[in-house]
Design a protein. Sequence first.
Length: 169
Amino acid sequence: MPKIDFRNDILPLKDKLFRLALRITFDRAEAEDIVQETMIRVWNKRDEWHELESVEAYCLTVTRNLAIDRSEKKDAQTVELTPEAEETPAASSPYDNLVSKERLRLIHKLMNDLPEKQRSIMQLRDIEGKSYKEIATLLRLTEEQVKVNLFRARQKVKQWFTNIDNYGL
């Protein structure tokens, strides 16, 4: 395995780690603290880096575990995550722009209402672009479990969105 360099291999992961922590805790300051704590823990384990199959998966696992621990302690499940930099489709009028932003906000809210495992899988697959295998390794699940949970999460969000969009429920 090639030599792992903290500056070149681990520091560039901080944005991914932050997004994952933010998705779990829904608190910007808490997510920043979690990323910092992750970096400290990873640095303290530098003697064991050569044993790791994937430094990125290890960092994501540490971040996820810290975020879950902290969110359980603070019971941060009620705070809503606001999208930072979302690309909205080009709309022809201010009304279309508003409708697009509201739909995106609603989808984020619906994702936040999912159970933690489904929310994490959806975040890692649809937002972070991770493969099923990477997600399975990270969350200690089988690839089949990842696929099933992702399918159920997407179906649930789609059903909730359709109900709200069609009936205002």
